[in-house]
Write a protein that binds this ligand. Sequence first.
Ligand code: ADP
Ligand code: G3H
Ligand code: MG
Ligand code: MN
Length: 512
Amino acid sequence: MLTAAICGDVFASPPVDSILAGIHAVTGPMGCLLIVTNYTGDRLNFGLAAEQAKSEGYKVEIVIVGDDCALPPPRGIAGRRGLAGTILVNKIAGAAAAAGLSLADVAAEAKRASEMVGTMGVALSVCTLPGQVTSDRLGPGKMELGLGIHGEPGAAVADLQPVDVVVSHVLKQILSTETNYVPITRGNRVVLMINGLGATPVMELMIAAGKAVPNLQLEHGLAVERVYTGSFMTSLDMAGFSISIMKADEVILKHLDATTKAPHWPVGVDGNRPPAKIPVPMPPSHSMKSDESLGRPLQLSQQGHVLEVTIEAAAEAVVNLRDRLNEWDSKVGDGDCGSTMYRGATAILEDKKKYYPLNDAAETVNEIGASIRRVMGGTSGILYHIFCKAAYAKLKASSKSGITSKQSSIAAVSKYGGATAGYRTMLDALIPAAAVLQERLSAGIDPSTAFILSSEAAIAGAESTKHMQAQAGRSTYISPEILASVPDPGAMAAAAWYRAAALAVKDMYQAS
Ligand SMILES: Nc1ncnc2c1ncn2[C@@H]1O[C@H](COP(=O)(O)OP(=O)(O)O)[C@@H](O)[C@H]1O
Ligand SMILES: O=C[C@H](O)COP(=O)(O)O
Ligand SMILES: [Mg+2]
Ligand SMILES: [Mn+2]
């Protein structure tokens, strides 16, 4: 199956450096195919790692899987979520690679497989994030249809039903001719995967499979060629299962039947081969620069001191907001925004003491990006990494480019993330802040007052996300009724660090 799996923190994409370490560890002359589930954080972190690896001379291709059939095509730019159908794509690509196909051919087979598969799930419980209180949103006797595997609320809540009713509903939805998500019609051959979400006994998965097979045959006129039951793609301790259907032909069946060392693949294990041990080189811990002059200066200039205090204040604001960000994200996303931002903020506070050349604003911003890149992961991590890179480029070109560097950071986040004002993201705090800052500076107001006024615009912009429909990120999968009472966590985080930075600057100028 796979040669390597790159893990992030719970529900967050791994950071670019972890992905690069994986690529470095396993890529030979034939190249490397990255199979990525369709989440913003995954797409961007894997995308940047792939670009970096290519620039180092590696051959890398990416296939993105979005097999979710639970929701109508999303309003915004996020696309369909990657679910358990990805496991079938992994198996097919792995067998194609093991058969000696070229990188381009393996990628083409994986892409074709990803277009043949659809998935939908039903949850009987909400999963528990380590260290967080489990949501009680699912009352007794209820189930969620069309779940996401990251704990976000399902597409619909319904009364518990007998398993045959549930299975029949899910199959209809996957095979719907309205959404036309999978190219499966009567008379086709298919494979079926019943995937446990973490807390469903094998016996119950078998019962679901026992209902699904005759339903596919009799109701939908399909030949069921293979049935896989097991816990392949889980959501921590969630009870429930998902069903994936893939259209099958000889090539797909051959790859699915090929032997594999993967211990949990239910057929084809030919035993007795221990997993290969692959040495993984450690990624560099801060920016790739070998420049000896980088590192914390012994003597801070006045500007260096201001920068240090500002960074501290901004990072501490994020640290203090962790639990509330997680709480908001658990309602309108997957509950990890606070933990992801916290990882970044604590790394910044730690690295600042050793690595940040605080007298040089441009290089310091670059080092902040390096701290973020090393530890954060997730959508926020990669977008803040891009934010810092763009600011660095601008500041390096001219040390007086404070406001234009902010604008080009925002433009870069918008370019790569695909969102803009009104999409219900961090940009709804940052864009109004940059606009007010620009306006006040042009009006001749002193910079620290302009900074304060613009931070008020950031707070107001973040609060205004409560009234926005989501067009980017995970909130696009959440119903408008839930969104209406909760602000976008990424916007609140951006407003909080920006406001704290502005207040710190004001305090320092007032004191001097
Ligand atoms: N395309 C995007 N552009 C800008 N910001 C985005 C985008 N998608 C999501 N976000 C921001 O990211 C925040 C969520 O961050 P995080 O929890 O790290 O993401 P995830 O868990 O989805 O990887 C959202 O609240 C939103 O502000
Ligand atoms: O399994 C988690 C996925 O990597 C989610 O990615 P993301 O939340 O960072 O977009
Ligand atoms: Mg996440
Ligand atoms: Mn999240």
